[in-house]
Ligand binder design. Structure first.
Ligand code: 5GP
Length: 200
């Protein structure tokens, strides 16, 4: 059995990556999604265990000490991390897994899993990004400002990624990521089993 593939997906706050990912995962229910551990408060509409496990700073520190995290980073005053086990399990079970993380986390995973494929979701313009961040209404103006600054520095690091998908038209963005996933599945490195099977 060939190993599962890790797809790193990043994009600044306000790039619309959550919506893109939701549609993508509906379309490809066999793809696993890595649930991050986070110390930030839950936003209205968020559900525990869906995208995040909301935990205390003490619990997060415990996970760091126990080497339970594949990567972690501080983002606008809160800690975000990827639990190691689910990613390792997916790889070993031949399942693809999406890890949605920031640029610093992405750099850490690339070092540990060099064959991970990384995709950056880009907003079509800065104006639209500002509009989306302000329109959310879930954060204070100070936090929105910090997220905007963070977004600018993330966009500057987009060239570290294998692919860039612009999220202008939602369906096209979803299709773009789906095409990357399908192409990666067709790589020779994932088809050795098939060759042997056909040759008997
Ligand atoms: P938000 O607070 O808007 O949900 O997420 C803020 C940022 O943290 C986003 O850029 C998101 O991609 C990133 N993020 C979410 N989970 C993780 C994680 O497990 N590790 C890292 N490094 N970043 C994460």
């Amino acid at each position: 059995m060939s190993k599962g593939q890790v797809f790193i997906i990043s994009g600044p706050s306000g790039s619309g990556k959550d919506t893109v990912l939701k549609l993508l995962l509906n379309k490809y229910p066999e793809i696993k999604f890595s649930i991050s551990s986070v110390t930030r408060p839950m936003r209205v509409g968020e559900v525990e265990g869906e995208k995040y496990n909301f935990i205390s700073k003490e619990k997060f520190q415990e996970m760091i000490n126990n080497n339970d995290l594949l990567e972690y980073n501080e983002f606008v005053g809160n800690f975000y991390g990827t639990p190691k086990k689910p990613v390792e399990n997916a790889i070993n079970n031949g399942e693809d897994i999406i890890v949605e993380i920031d640029v610093n986390g992405a750099a850490q995973i690339r070092k540990k899993i060099p064959e991970a494929v990384s995709i950056f979701i880009m907003p079509p313009s800065l104006e639209l990004l500002k509009c989306r961040l302000n329109g959310r209404g879930t954060e204070t103006p100070e936090v929105v400002e910090k997220r905007l600054l963070e977004a600018l520095s993330e966009i500057k690091r987009a060239e570290e990624y294998d692919y860039i998908v612009v999220n202008d038209l939602l369906d096209e963005a979803v299709q773009g990521i789906a095409s990357i996933i399908v192409s990666e599945r067709l790589r020779l490195s994932r088809q050795y089993g098939l060759i042997n099977e056909i040759l008997g």
